[in-house]
Design a protein around this ligand. Structure first.
Ligand SMILES: Cc1cc2nc3c(=O)[nH]c(=O)nc-3n(C[C@H](O)[C@H](O)[C@H](O)COP(=O)(O)O)c2cc1C
Length: 310
């Protein structure tokens, strides 16, 4: 069973990947998307989003990291994909699922699911440009407005030579609202032959089992669930019980260290509050903690509150 950490722009950066991959259970992490318009991006852009490239594309604990690209133009995507793997990315992933209006307006992300031919052109250009020893993978939703092109899109991605496809089992219009339509993944899986990874709405061991059964996929990608339960990857593998609150609190303290001494100090208060929002799904204590820190803007004050919880 493969378990992949989902890309989450604005939430899972390299510091979070470092921490979550230390908690463990992941075979691979995918970065937030690198937006490609029409030129070859400077190396520093790749290093900013994926500092792990300085470490041969591995998190400090040795989990491989794959850079994700988002864009609509095949040639610039292909050039940047080559750059990503040359810099040390473990393959390259293409984003066909982002629902953000700004991104869709410029024809990137989920809006491309209206055009199977464009998906084909992009994957094909990237696959031809990237040396064959590096994987070219894609991540799609079931559609934009509806699911009518789900099979065609998956087939286009396969025909263009992708090595693997992650399917977030909802359309763009369905957003992040439950449920995720896992059985659609099983239907797609019957029609394409590349490995498929199931994604969407896995918050617990039981969800993982249900998702695997309904999608007919062993392999899964975990997104928001890992923020709600930081050892979910180990839990779904049957290796650990759900972390207790004092272990989570220790992670929050560790996170404050990462963020304050990393390059995101100024984002720490908001990132932590956002994370507490996800954690409160699993841990009632997270809600109490949120109430205590919600008005605080100073990182040191927040850390003091965290330390008092010990
Ligand atoms: C805040 C946030 C940011 C995301 N950023 C990305 C992204 O950069 N690239 C991408 O392919 N998917 C992105 N996603 C989608 C997730 O990777 C995943 O497909 C989705 O959250 C469904 O999985 P989940 O129910 O396990 O969270 C993002 C999701 C969230 C909530």
């Amino acid at each position: 069973m493969q378990v992949i950490l989902a890309p989450m722009e604005g939430v899972v950066d390299h510091l979070m990947r470092d921490m979550l991959s230390k908690v463990g259970g992941f075979d691979l992490c995918v970065t937030e998307f690198v937006r490609v318009v029409n030129c070859l991006l400077p190396k520093k852009v790749f290093h900013r989003i994926c500092p792990e490239l300085h470490n041969d594309g591995y998190t400090p604990n040795g989990t491989p990291v794959r850079v994700q690209l988002l864009g609509q133009n095949p040639e610039p995507l292909a050039e940047n994909a080559v750059r990503a793997v040359e810099l040390g990315s473990h393959g390259v992933d293409l984003n066909f699922g982002c629902p953000a209006k700004t991104v869709n307006k410029s024809k990137g992300g989920a809006v491309l699911l209206r055009e199977p031919q464009t998906l084909y052109d992009i994957v094909s250009a990237v696959r031809h440009a990237v040396p064959s020893e590096h994987k070219v993978t894609a991540k799609m939703r079931l559609g934009f407005d509806d699911k009518s092109l789900a099979f065609e899109n998956a087939a286009a991605i396969e025909a263009a030579g992708a090595d693997l496809l992650v399917i977030h089992a909802r359309t763009k219009v369905e957003g992040y609202k439950p449920p995720a339509y896992w059985s659609w993944i099983a239907d797609i899986k019957q029609k394409v032959n590349i490995p498929i990874i199931a994604n969407g709405e896995i918050w617990s061991y039981e969800d993982a089992i249900n998702c695997q059964a309904q999608s007919n996929c062993q392999d899964i990608m975990l997104g928001r669930g890992i923020l709600a339960m930081p050892n979910l990857a180990r839990v779904v593998r049957g290796q650990q019980e759900v972390m207790n609150w004092s272990q989570v609190n220790q992670l929050l303290i560790d996170y404050s260290g990462y963020e304050l001494f990393g390059d995101k100090g100024k984002y720490f208060p908001n990132r932590l509050k956002q994370w507490l929002g996800y954690l409160s799904r699993q841990y009632p204590q997270a809600e109490d903690l949120f109430m205590q820190v919600r008005r605080l803007r100073d990182s040191n004050e927040i850390v003091q509150v965290l330390q008092q919880q010990r």
